[in-house]
Design a protein around this ligand. Structure first.
Ligand code: AMP
Length: 618
């Protein structure tokens, strides 16, 4: 039975456990709930301040952390100790970031380029998880202060393209902040929930969620049917957003007053005031036709037409991404039922009109674009609280997941684009008599040989009881939970020995890398098929040789002299064929050996040999 308590301050009835929805953003974060009385999703704010908490952490000389608006004030004056965009670091190694290393004004540790990054502040080191946990802690405190009740459970949103490592990192940040993270939800899924799309189980819709924030852009195509949300494709640019519009405007004005950029590039305070003026102008131009201001004693002006013309190239880049996302989803513009606007920069009229024109429809912009994701997260939290039982949120795997089998082949257990949560299993067996352990290597990618894919994890499955080769039945199961986190279990079915691991990859993949891996699999498809066929033929040949050899050693007395000679020669021929890169030759030699051995094998087939011929070997 659910507990009901009374809020002493307001006299209202409250659920004992309030589950909050959190949008942990690159630039701003916020927390929302379903209002206990109005039942409407509501962003939490203190009195008439903003609901947005800047995702900025400042460390003072003593190492005390300050978060939000206060910390943001230090962005220009104390850049080395003021951490912004920590979300961009989640689940990343320095190698992942190095092409954008200049973006960060604070010290991102590059000692070991392959390990997860840390940030150095004074002589302290912080992981992106810790940095995000400071922001989450601030949101938790804020919610507790406003709601006057402890908050310990949350739903947190992440971009649809976040991989396992990044989702796990977000979950860990929540834990560190004292939150039990009930669910990680994709931002576009949350946004569509906030528009009420998907709340009716009979509804079937394909929607585009266009998210242009302060520093990032992404577009996601979702298919919603029967209360299930499926991400069909995502695209975007992780370094494109409102900040770029501000920069375009700064350049325009420097041109207007005839100051070359290099003359003021070291004057931090002049640049800072110009940037603030540019942002103010940009916001003004979202509802007026012109802007006029003064900067360093210079009059600066801009009309909406001028502004539109300088930002058109940036808007066009987002439209290119929309085209690509549609193509990846295999859809045309006419198949999109609704377009949803997310992120503060979608307030720019040219953005709305251009995106509407591209999708040939009026865009949905009635929900505050800064709050829409958090509001959707609150709706999801409410569903999880049991107030709305009919829903299940579904995402898909960006790349195939599988394990390495004999000859370095990728054996896919869960294919790309499979729905999440998901479960798959397959049986494998041993290669050698008495083999007590088996190496399970988990890979992600589309190529046939694991060496071209990405290794996610590896473990040694030990404790297989001694049995002849081919006898043990090792069931390897993959389970991806609703947050997209994979656990792998190996179980020997005859003995019940079991072992499992949760896959937390060392560092993440960027959107571009996922795309590159997919492209690679397409360009190499033909040669991969040839390689796979060859490796499979070789593996089969090796198995047959070893089985035949064992068989003959055991059953020499059952064979005639002619049979022995013919078998030895066929084995030798197969052995020779295995050294060559000719799949057909190997297959012919396998056939020939089979032809010769079939009569006496039939005579004396025993269970062990029968077993050895069945099942794949890891
Ligand atoms: P977000 O990351 O979603 O919080 O988006 C913040 C971005 O939205 C910043 O670049 C802001 O300058 C921009 N923004 C906020 N309000 C407006 C507005 N009225 N017109 C244009 N851009 C805006």
């Amino acid at each position: 039975m659910a507990k009901i308590s009374i809020n002493i301050a307001t006299g209202s009835l409250q659920q004992a456990e309030m589950i909050v929805g959190i949008d942990l953003g690159t630039t701003n974060s916020l927390v929302a709930i379903i209002h206990p009385e109005s039942k409407q999703p509501t962003a939490l704010k203190e009195f008439d301040s903003s609901s947005l908490v800047p995702s900025v952490v400042h460390f003072d000389a003593l190492g005390n952390a300050e978060v939000g608006e206060l910390a943001k004030n230090y962005l220009e004056s104390d850049p080395g100790n003021t951490i912004f965009s920590a979300k961009r670091l989640m689940g990343k190694s320095f190698n992942d970031l190095k092409s954008n290393a200049n973006f960060f004004t604070y010290k991102v540790i590059d000692d070991d380029a392959d390990r997860l990054v840390k940030v150095q502040v004074g002589n302290q080191f912080y992981s992106p998880i810790e940095l995000s946990s400071f922001i989450l802690k601030e949101l938790k405190n804020r919610a507790e202060h406003i709601l006057k009740t402890p908050v310990s459970k949350a739903v947190i949103t992440v971009p649809a393209y976040f991989n396992d490592a990044q989702r796990q990192a977000t979950r860990d940040a929540g834990k560190l902040a004292g939150l039990d993270v009930l669910r990680i939800v994709n931002e576009p899924t949350a946004a569509s929930l906030a528009y009420g799309i998907g709340l009716n189980k009979d509804e079937e819709k394909t929607i585009a969620v266009y998210d242009l924030g302060g520093g990032t852009f992404d577009i996601s195509i979702l298919r919603i049917a029967g209360g299930i949300f499926e991400v069909l494709s995502t695209n975007g640019d992780t370094y494109l957003g409102g900040d770029d519009l501000d920069r375009a405007l700064m350049e325009f004005w420097l041109n207007q007053i005839g100051i070359p950029f290099h003359e003021i590039k070291n004057d931090k305070s002049a640049l800072q005031s110009l940037r603030l003026l540019a942002e103010e102008a940009k916001k003004t131009l979202s509802s007026s036709n012109s802007f006029e201001g003064v900067w360093n004693d210079n009059r600066v002006t801009i009309t909406v037409d001028e502004f539109n013309s300088i930002i058109t190239p940036l808007v066009n880049r987002t439209i290119d991404s929309c085209s690509k996302a549609l193509a990846d989803a295999g859809l045309s513009v006419d198949q999109i039922d609704a377009v949803i606007m997310v992120g503060g920069s979608t307030r720019v009229p040219l953005v709305k009109s251009s995106i509407g024109a591209f999708f040939k429809q009026t865009v949905n912009d009635s929900v505050n674009p800064d709050e829409v994701v958090a509001l959707g997260a609150a709706i999801q939290a409410d569903i999880l609280a049991g107030n709305n039982k009919d829903f299940l949120l579904l995402d898909i795997t960006p790349l195939s997941l599988g394990i390495e089998t004999m000859g370095g082949l990728m054996d896919v257990l869960i294919p790309r684009n499979a729905k999440i949560p998901n479960k798959a299993g397959r049986q494998y067996t041993t290669q050698k008599d008495g083999q007590g352990s088996m190496r399970i290597s988990v890979f992600q990618g589309e190529r046939d040989l694991v060496q071209h894919n990405r290794k996610l994890a590896e473990f040694n499955f030990t404790g297989i009881p001694g049995m002849p080769a081919g006898m043990p039945k090792v069931e390897v199961s993959f389970l991806i939970n609703a947050d997209g986190i994979l656990s792998v279990t190996a179980k020997e079915l005859r003995s019940g020995v079991e072992q499992s691991i949760e896959v937390k990859p060392q560092y993440g993949l960027t959107d571009e890398e996922v795309e590159a891996m997919l492209m690679d699999s397409i360009t190499h498809a033909k040669e991969d098929m040839v390689t796979r066929a060859l490796v499979e033929a070789r593996t089969e040949g090796e198995q047959i040789l070893s089985v035949t050899e064992k068989f003959i050693a055991k059953n020499t007395s059952l064979l005639t002299k002619e049979e022995l000679i013919a078998t030895a020669s066929a084995m030798q021929n197969l052995q020779m064929a295995l050294t060559m890169d000719d799949k057909n030759l190997i297959q012919t030699k396998i056939e020939e050996l089979n032809e010769i051995s079939r009569p006496f094998a039939e005579r004396a087939m025993d269970a062990a040999v029968g077993g050895a011929l069945k099942g794949k070997q890891v």
